[in-house]
Design a protein around this ligand. Sequence first.
Ligand SMILES: C[S@@+](CC[C@H](N)C(=O)[O-])C[C@H]1O[C@@H](n2cnc3c(N)ncnc32)[C@H](O)[C@@H]1O
Length: 202
Amino acid sequence: MREFIYYSSTAPTSGKALDEKNLNKSGRIDIAIHSLIAAFFLSHKIRTDTKVHLFFTGPPSSPKHLELKPVIEGKTGEDKIYFSKQNVARVLKKMLYKYKEGIKNEVFPGFWIEQQTILQYVKGISTDNLYILDPKGEDIRKVNIKPNPIFILGDHLGLPKKELKRLKSFCTPITVGPETYFASQTVVLVNNELDRREIPPH
Ligand SMILES: C[S@@+](CC[C@H](N)C(=O)[O-])C[C@H]1O[C@@H](n2cnc3c(N)ncnc32)[C@H](O)[C@@H]1O
């Protein structure tokens, strides 16, 4: 399994605040959507070895942790949902609407929402295979990445200073190249590097 943790300080934290017709005005949730598409979708195929965590801290009820590990087996509408590049915004909106106080709610098979901060979540992970995507980090091509890696990245504003400092104390900063890329482009570059190295083995 490979995992991505995406943080956005502006993305909406309620279903009502996500306007499907105005995505780039809805706390730049368009960037989260592009990153999700880069994480999961291949031509005619969904990656089944990938999980994405979205941490949103925009208005009105921050923080929210949305966890996505799409199910592809079984009957659509019962065992799995129809999940495509076209309906990502609608799926996120429904997840936000279905938040239930005090629990981690499985809204659809493989799609959960709960109230949690990125630091609470990352502190609970017991792995040394944790990387923060940072233009000033070590070159990904020189890093020995073990199976089941986890990569953390930020939105257009990056990660806030406080979170970045804390996260860097237990993550290895790595860079995917000499430019500052869009969040979704960094996901593509990481996926490509892992595919080439066959991590995890397919
Ligand atoms: C558009 S960038 C954010 C730019 C923002 N102004 C900043 O200073 O963080 C979005 C995210 O992509 C990742 N990123 C961008 N370029 C990268 C690079 N060369 N290597 C690794 N990660 C990168 C970082 O995690 C960043 O938070």
